[in-house]
Design a protein around this ligand. Structure first.
Ligand code: CA
Length: 235
C-alpha cells in the first residue's frame, strides 16, 4: 500500500534500550513502519547518538547502564540540539512512580512494557504528528499569551517561556477555545491522539507543568470539575 508520505525523507528514531530483545523488536517494527532507526544499548552512547544524529524522536528506556533514563533525559533537555526532540519513555509496569516522574520531567509520552507493536507505532506517530509545525496563521495571540506556531515558541507578556511541544499544543488548544470549557476527552484526543480516557493522569501532569510555567498567570487556566479545563477570557 503506497501512502502519500512515501516521498518525504524518512524520519529517524533513536532507541535507547539495553535489553537486546526489546531493542530488536522495537527496531524491527519501526523499520517495517518506514522509519530509519538508530540504537544505543547504554545511556552514554544514547546521549552521544542523540547529539550527533539529531533524531526526530527518542524512545528512552529508564533503567539503563552508563547513564539512567532520567539523567539522560535531563542532558537532552540541556542541549540546544535536542531540547525540543520528542521523547517517549519506556517503563516497566511496576514503575508507576517512574512514569509520573517522567511526565513531570517533561517527557512527551510513555509506553508501559510489555507493549504491542501496534501500540508502539500508534504512540510514535501521534507524538511525531504533535511535534510538526501547525499549518495556518503563524501567530496566535490571546491576552498575555503569544504563540509563534511556526517555531513552536511561546511568549508570556512578551517574555519567552520554554514549553515542550506537548505543553505548547495543550495551551494553544485551550487558548484558541478560550471561554469554552474543553473536556478531558477532547484534550486527550486532540493533543495526544488518545481515543480513550485512560490517560487522565498524563493530562493533569502536563497541566500542572503548564501552570507552573505560567507563574503569575496560572489562574487563567481553570479546572472545570467533572469536565476538564477552560481558559478564562477575563477577570
Ligand atoms: Ca532497561
Amino acid at each position: 500500500m503506497e501512502d502519500c508520505n512515501s516521498t518525504l525523507p524518512m524520519q529517524k528514531i533513536l532507541i535507547v534500550e539495553d535489553e537486546p530483545d526489546v531493542a530488536d523488536l522495537v527496531s524491527f517494527n519501526l523499520e517495517r513502519a518506514g522509519f530509519q532507526i538508530a540504537v544505543a544499548h547504554d545511556g552514554l552512547i544514547g546521549l552521544q547518538k542523540a547529539l550527533v544524529e539529531k533524531p526526530d524522536l527518542i524512545l528512552l528506556d529508564l533503567m539503563l547502564p552508563g547513564l539512567d533514563g532520567f539523567a539522560l533525559f535531563k542532558e537532552l533537555r540541556r542541549h540546544s540540539r535536542t531540547n525540543k526532540t520528542p521523547v517517549i519513555m519506556l517503563t516497566a509496569r511496576a514503575q508507576t512512580e517512574d512514569r509520573i516522574q517522567g511526565l513531570e520531567a517533561g517527557a512527551d509520552d510513555y509506553l508501559t512494557k510489555p507493549f504491542s507493536p501496534k501500540e508502539l507505532i500508534l504512540r510514535v506517530k501521534s507524538v511525531l504528528r504533535r511535534s510538526e509545525t501547525i499549518p495556518g496563521t503563524a501567530q496566535f495571540e490571546f491576552g498575555p499569551f503569544r504563540f509563534d506556531k511556526n517555531n513552536m515558541k511561546f511568549y508570556l507578556a512578551e517574555q519567552s517561556v520554554e514549553l515542550t511541544t506537548t505543553e505548547f499544543k495543550l495551551l494553544l488548544f485551550l487558548s484558541e477555545r478560550a471561554g469554552r470549557p474543553q473536556s478531558r476527552h477532547d484534550l486527550l484526543r486532540h493533543v495526544w491522539g488518545y481515543s480513550d480516557d485512560a490517560h487522565s493522569r498524563t493530562l493533569d501532569t502536563h497541566m500542572k507543568r503548564v501552570r507552573q510555567k505560567l507563574a503569575g498567570f496560572a489562574c487563567m487556566v481553570e479546572t472545570v470539575r467533572g469536565l476538564g479545563y477552560c481558559l478564562r477570557t477575563s477577570d
